[in-house]
Design a protein around this ligand. Structure first.
Ligand SMILES: Cc1cc2nc3c(=O)[nH]c(=O)nc-3n(C[C@H](O)[C@H](O)[C@H](O)COP(=O)(O)O)c2cc1C
Length: 165
């Protein structure tokens, strides 16, 4: 799968609108992720509003790039009614990775900005988005057409592989 190897964090975006069809494809990929017992704990907030993107950019010292993104996805998880709460982070991470990979497939670039498990960031993003009581923001994923050529690294390292035969 080329998108795995072509993916890299993209933090600078062209001032170009991303088609709604592409955003939906990205969300379709997110929801195709595996989750514990297929519990699908996710909801996705799509932010296109400039003022809200600017607020998200200020939500942590490492989220500045959200400011100039045409949109950002904020994957959130439900709080209530989950069967396997202890696996939430893994379920949400799988969805986030699918978002990053589908973005590459569509000629876009994105970056995963960590929110959970840092409580102050979770609360700040929840406040900015005015999310319902039952939702917890997990990450901020700004996305857009890359402004620069994307250079990915080859991190393959044979010494990290340990066979038991
Ligand atoms: C859980 C997680 C949290 C991250 N948080 C941030 C962040 O707050 N700000 C940011 O610019 N990048 C963030 N990143 C992106 C990493 O910095 C990036 O993936 C890493 O440096 C490797 O580079 P690459 O994605 O280009 O391969 C985060 C990545 C992960 C998986």
């Amino acid at each position: 799968m080329n998108s795995i190897f072509n993916r890299t964090s993209v933090r600078n975006y062209l001032d170009k609108v991303v088609e709604d069809e592409k955003i939906e494809k990205i969300l379709r990929a997110a929801m195709a992720a595996p989750s514990t017992g297929n519990q699908q704990p996710w909801e996705f907030i799509v932010v296109k509003n400039k003022a809200t993107l600017e607020e998200l950019a200020l939500s942590s010292p490492y989220s500045k790039c959200a400011k100039d993104a045409p949109f950002a996805i904020i994957p959130c998880h439900r709080k209530n009614g989950l069967k396997y709460e202890m696996y939430l982070d893994m379920d949400m991470s799988a969805a986030c990775e699918n978002i990053l990979l589908e973005a590459v497939e569509l000629g876009l670039g994105a970056v995963w900005i960590g929110v959970a498990p840092l409580q102050d960031r979770v609360e700040e993003v929840a406040r900015i988005l005015n999310v319902s009581e039952n939702l917890v923001p997990f990450a901020i994923i700004p996305c857009g057409y890359p402004a620069n050529e994307v250079n990915h690294q080859d991190r393959f390292d044979k010494s990290r592989i340990h066979y038991i035969e």
